[in-house]
Write a protein that binds this ligand. Sequence first.
Ligand code: 5GP
Length: 111
Amino acid sequence: MTIFERIITGELSCHRLHEDEETFAFLDNGPIVEGHALLIPRTPAATLDELSPEAGARLGSVLPRLARALKEATGCGGMNVLLNSGAEAGQEVPHLHFHLIPRRAGDGDHG
Ligand code: 5GP
């Protein structure tokens, strides 16, 4: 069982943002920026190619709603949405997840 399945069952705590019969969203506990959220299917699929079309459609329908809620909560101007599919692509937790990363002007500037 992955860490994310243990979060869905409530065995591990999280800051929950959204849930329905098929999807679950919560704050990343190692956020790149404030409000960094993760959206996952309840039924585990490790990578994008393993996801059913139905689960993909459901996740797709939740993404805009979650983006609106995050924008309202954080006051961000923009958002990066990304998905690392497979260890070779940087995926660490083998339960498919979208990252929603709120962005503000200048937050990527260094030096
Ligand atoms: P990946 O590298 O697989 O695309 O991203 C995994 C993400 O899950 C990372 O951003 C990491 O901070 C987050 N993460 C890992 N373990 C936990 C956890 O136990 N709770 C929460 N909320 N996030 C986690």
